[in-house]
Design a protein around this ligand. Structure first.
Ligand SMILES: [Fe+2]
Length: 230
């Protein structure tokens, strides 16, 4: 399995292109913005882009969907139904998130209408791309419709903005819920074995074991809103 990472947008978001070495079929997880580098990588590597797989609907994860879909119109677009409304409201998101649209434009974040979603993720489904098999799990808390994708055989989990090295996703944005996020991480991610590599939407890779042992939000060392700072 090929994992190629592109760090895009002013938010330093990790866009990832995953490909099956045998069949050359590929999936792009969370195209943050238009990227010549991403498009030329797919063409140069002679990959067939099967899907644009969205973990959630935030602008820094879906902002490149329109451009990527224009370049590869056969690719289907997948997102959970609970984040679909946010996805379609992409041009209005800067305002919804409290960011000045003028500032966003200055950063090159000018959004087209988002192209139609092909299908919604279902919790528990297995999505196949060549020989890669991704189990989809609904992990609400950062957004209502956030999903994570687990590749069991490759021991990899793509967690979007649920979990980061030593931290967790924001829960102060619309649809965010701290208790729900902790519950999602505990039930949907920490059940995996320690050796699973965690690919987050921002920052470096980590492992399930490392986060289970040392992430202060998961060990109980730090609990937002619980009045405990130990
Ligand atoms: Fe996010």
């Amino acid at each position: 399995m090929i994992v190629q990472q592109f760090v895009l947008t002013a938010f330093q978001q990790n866009t990832r292109l995953l490909a099956c070495e045998k069949t050359r079929k590929a999936v792009c997880i969370d195209p943050g913005e238009q990227s010549d580098e991403l498009e030329s990588y797919i063409k140069r590597s002679e990959l067939s882009l099967q899907a644009i797989a969205l973990t959630h609907g935030h602008l820094d994860h879906v902002g490149g969907t329109s451009a990527l879909h224009k370049a590869f119109p056969d690719a289907e677009i997948l997102i959970h139904r609970d984040d679909e409304e946010m996805y379609y409201r992409l041009p209005a998101q800067p305002l919804m998130l409290g960011i000045d649209p003028e500032q966003m434009r200055a950063l090159g974040m000018n959004y087209d209408e988002a192209p139609p979603v092909s299908r919604n993720w279902e919790h528990g489904e297995v999505y196949e791309v060549g020989e890669m098999r991704f189990t989809v799990r609904h992990c609400p808390g950062h957004t209502r419709g956030h999903v994570v994708l687990i590749e069991e055989k490759e021991r990899k989990v793509f967690v979007g903005d649920c979990l980061f090295l030593g931290s967790i996703g924001r829960t102060d944005l619309p649809g965010g819920n701290y208790d729900q996020l902790i519950e999602s991480i505990n039930t949907q991610i920490l059940g995996l074995d320690d050796d699973f590599v965690v690919y987050s939407g921002h920052g470096p890779e980590t492992t399930v074991g490392r986060e289970r042992a040392a992430n202060p939000f998961l060990t109980g060392l730090y609990q937002i809103g619980k009045g405990r700072f130990l």
